[in-house]
Design a protein around this ligand. Structure first.
Ligand code: ADP
Ligand code: MG
Length: 651
């Protein structure tokens, strides 16, 4: 295999510049798998041709224009597993992991394109039939190399491994002691995204690591479909944690955290699949949708990472579990290698082109590799000196603080304590007082609300009575059956305006029933004015209609205001009006009155207007009752016999 131009060489060169080297692009190696026996049987053609070690040419069937793609390395179907391992430069990644870097190798491509084969080799052909060593994948080869390398290192190295899968957007521990259960993905500042409660197993030999791999592979979800007899239905992540413990390094502070050091992670992605092509139904289709969705999220993150403005823009790594766990490899401080796998078959051309475009984009994504540093153990002698210095400084500062306190207050220690106690006592008293006042305020507010409610109810009743009075008055004046239009009807108005005419004087253009402002032309002569019995407070805060009763003395010409103060004479005037009622039945134009006035609460605060209103209501009821009785016993008054302007003496 040609070493020149391999990603191994490029990567080594770019990272040789130092542990916090320059931005490093994701390395992409393309692997073309051989035509399968089934594809050859169906007579399908290969549409992919390698040109040199880095370029792939795509010749669409039917003589379409050729398209060329360039990658770190292109490996055609003739390349062996060992060739692939060397070309990918995984040993170099292992070296970086030993120096504290976080490295990732992930395979990507359409389902059945050879991703799992590339990473872990073919599945065993039967129970107890071992896979020939020549077919072992990148992972087994890396494990063998790493353990050999560790043995020849001068310093002890701790090796641990975890293995998980993301199946239907749930993280499952493939090394868990019991049956795998979903694990949460969390984030913190030092670790970035990590899987909580993931089992991390320490191992010391290649056999132990191979066993862990086999355990995970056997527990991983896979199913058969049209394009692959052993299709992976989940994304699988095997991570090796490598910590070199030198004489000057301290062990990890938190026992729950993996030891500080490098990482080497192998990600076998589930392949994107067209459900129509694979014939997936039911559960298979659900799995396919979940796989496609997470791959879409990965593609989206890669596209955004290519944005030159990406430093300011947000990368949606949180969109899927996969992107969360690959966040560091894609855009963080890791070193990443992508092995894109494609099928040469013409039938797979659309997916192959999509993979090639995706991989081309990915190799323009850069990371800024950075090794995790272990806290270096300090010399005991130096530590002791530092501690003594700090203690001395602490004593000096304490002394200065005491001096400043005494000078500032001018008080002795005992007096300071007394003052503090008193201040504290005062504060407590204030707090209690505050609490008491708060309670009182809330009681007052409740009382006020109750009073307002009662006031409103009483006002409604008074209003209804007033309407009955008006109605009766009109019948008495104009005879039954006549209902002249309300002046307010000239403008849009509420339904209460279907009542007898309502009059207003020039100084108070307001309908007495609904309090709608009236136009000047709607006013009738002053002597036709009707009584107004509503308390100003009951009008709901609207401006008081300063309307004098028909029998009130006319407003003086120079005066702009009519007298509005209500007095005992108002009630007398109402009575006069009531006496004018005729024997005709008064048809109530308001809801029936309750038999008794509502009870008022004597204990209510702020409701002084309520008993007054209740009294008025009672008086009004009496007046109506007596008027009705009289009206029945007397013939209707003739027009002018008693004008509304006439005033009777008070009772
Ligand atoms: P994927 O993981 O991409 O879905 P697999 O790795 O499971 O695909 O491969 C699908 C089938 O193709 C398997 O039977 C596998 O053995 C075979 N295969 C893939 N790549 C190669 C290769 N380079 N040489 C021989 N067989 C291969
Ligand atoms: Mg697979």
């Amino acid at each position: 295999m040609e070493e020149r131009g391999s990603p191994d060489g490029d990567l080594a060169r770019s990272l040789e510049q130092g542990p916090e080297g320059p931005e490093t692009p994701i390395q992409v190696v393309l692997r073309v798998r051989p035509m399968s026996a089934a594809e050859l049987r169906r007579g399908q053609q290969s549409v992919l041709h390698c040109s040199g070690t880095r370029t792939l040419q795509v010749s669409p069937p039917g003589g379409g224009p050729e398209v060329a793609f360039r990658f770190g390395a292109v490996l055609d179907a003739a390349r062996t597993q060992e060739d692939v391992f060397r070309a990918c430069g995984v040993r170099r990644l292992g070296e970086l992991a030993l120096r504290g870097f976080s490295c990732t190798v992930f395979t990507f491509g359409q389902t059945g394109s050879g991703k799992t084969y590339t990473l872990t080799g073919p599945p065993p052909q039967g129970e107890g039939v071992p896979v020939p060593p020549s077919l072992a994948g990148i992972m087994q080869r890396t494990f063998a190399w790493l353990l050999d390398r560790v043995q020849h290192l001068g310093a002890p190295v701790t090796l641990r491994a975890s293995y998980l899968e993301i199946y239907n957007e749930q993280v499952r521990d493939l090394l868990s002691l019991g049956s795998p259960r979903p694990l949460p993905v969390r984030w913190n500042k030092t670790r970035g995204f990590y899987v909580e409660q993931l089992r991390v197993v320490e191992f010391g030999s290649l056999e132990a690591l191979m066993e862990l791999l086999q355990t995970g592979l056997s527990r991983r979800r896979s199913s058969a479909h049209t394009l692959n007899q052993a299709s992976s239905r989940s994304h699988a992540l095997l991570t090796l944690y490598i910590s070199r413990q030198t004489a000057q390094q301290m062990p990890s502070v938190d026992p729950g955290e993996p030891p500080v050091g490098g990482k080497l992670c192998f990600v076998d992605l589930a392949g994107s699949e067209k459900v129509a092509a694979t014939g997936s139904r039911g559960e298979l289709m659900l799995e396919a949708n979940s796989i496609n969705r997470s791959l879409l999220a990965l593609g989206h993150c890669i596209s955004l990472l290519l944005d030159p403005q990406r430093k300011q823009s947000h990368i949606p790594f949180r969109d899927s579990k996969l992107t969360k766990l690959l966040a560091d490899s894609l855009g963080g401080r890791g070193v990443t290698l992508m092995v894109a796998c494609v099928s040469p078959s013409a039938q797979c051309l659309p997916e192959t082109l999509s993979t090639l475009r995706y991989a081309s984009r990915a190799q323009r994504v850069t990371t800024r590799p950075q090794a995790r540093k272990s806290p270096v153990a300090k010399q005991p002698q130096r530590l002791e000196t530092e501690m003594l210095q700090l203690q001395e400084e602490n004593r000096r500062l304490q002394f200065q603080l005491d001096q400043m306190d005494c000078k500032a207050s001018g008080l002795s220690g005992a007096r300071v304590a007394w003052a503090q106690r008193n201040l504290y006592g005062m504060l407590q008293e204030f707090m209690l007082e505050n609490e008491r006042l708060r309670k009182e305020k809330s009681q007052l507010q409740n009382s006020r609300d109750l009073a307002r409610n009662e006031q409103r109810i009483l006002a409604q009743q008074v209003h209804a009575l007033e309407r009955r009075l008006l109605s009766a008055y009109y019948h008495h004046q104009r005879g039954p059956g006549l209902t002249p239009p309300c002046p307010c009807l000239m403008a849009p108005a509420p339904p209460c305006h279907a009542l007898p005419p309502l009059y207003s004087c020039p100084c108070c253009h307001i309908c007495p029933l609904c309090r709608v402002p009236l136009a000047h032309w709607a006013c009738l002569p002053r002597e036709h004015h009707l009584p107004q019995v509503l308390d100003p407070e009951a009008s709901g805060g609207r401006p008081p209609p300063a309307r004098p009763p028909p029998w009130a003395p006319p407003c003086s010409p120079g005066s702009a205001k009519c007298p509005r103060e209500r007095s005992h004479s108002d009630w007398t005037q109402t009575r006069v009006l009531a006496e004018m009622l005729t024997e005709e039945e008064v048809v109530p134009s308001a809801p029936p009155l309750p038999m008794r006035p509502p009870k008022t609460s004597p204990g209510l605060r702020g409701g002084a207007g309520v008993p007054k209103l209740a009294q008025r209501l009672e008086a009004l009821r009496d007046q109506i009752g007596s008027s009705l009785r009289r009206g029945r016993s007397q013939p209707p008054c003739s027009e002018g016999a008693r004008s509304p302007g006439q005033v009777l003496p008070p009772r």
